[in-house]
Design a protein around this ligand. Structure first.
Ligand code: 4NP
Length: 149
């Protein structure tokens, strides 16, 4: 059977200030380079950071890879997203379970794309910049694989 073309993807973490903005930025960049028309957004399961820009280390690590995420603003996921987006991508297992509990069905975990389903660790609680490059590499690899599929 022919693959149904994917038209929209929503990346979801907890705060929407560290991991999912990086995933959104990478996906936007790859999609733009490929000439495809897939819309991408990101959101958080939590409400603590609504309206905030991505954390400074996420902005820096993305900028180091020539991707500008500084204008993104955090928002909380809403149930209507589950219909509005073809695919919802959770960054870790807690996000996955929270989304499932909200009734999300079209749901996958980013780590399933080349990392044996492991969680993308939350760098918010890391000490300093260390770890953000690792998280970036992991997200980039998984997003590439996701878009390929
Ligand atoms: P994110 O990181 O889920 O990757 O955006 C977090 C940012 C903030 C908090 C948790 C996770 N927080 O609890 O404030």
């Amino acid at each position: 059977m022919a693959k149904v073309p994917m038209k929209s993807i929503l990346f979801v973490c907890l705060g929407n200030i560290c991991r999912s903005p990086i995933a959104e930025g990478i996906a936007r960049d790859l999609i733009e380079q490929s000439g495809h028309t897939i819309s991408v957004d990101s959101a958080g399961t939590g409400s603590s950071h609504i309206g905030e820009p991505p954390c400074k280390h996420s902005v820096t690590v993305a900028r180091n890879h020539n991707i500008d995420i500084s204008q993104f603003r955090a928002r909380q996921v809403k149930k209507s997203d589950f219909k509005a987006f073809d695919l919802i991508v959770a960054l870790d297992q807690n996000n996955y379970c929270d989304l499932k509990a909200l009734g999300c069905q079209n749901l996958v975990k980013l780590g399933d794309y080349g990392y044996n389903g492991v969680d993308v660790p939350d760098p918010y609680f890391f000490d300093g910049f260390e770890g953000f490059e690792h998280v970036y590499t992991m997200i980039e690899s998984c997003v590439k694989e996701l878009l390929k599929r």
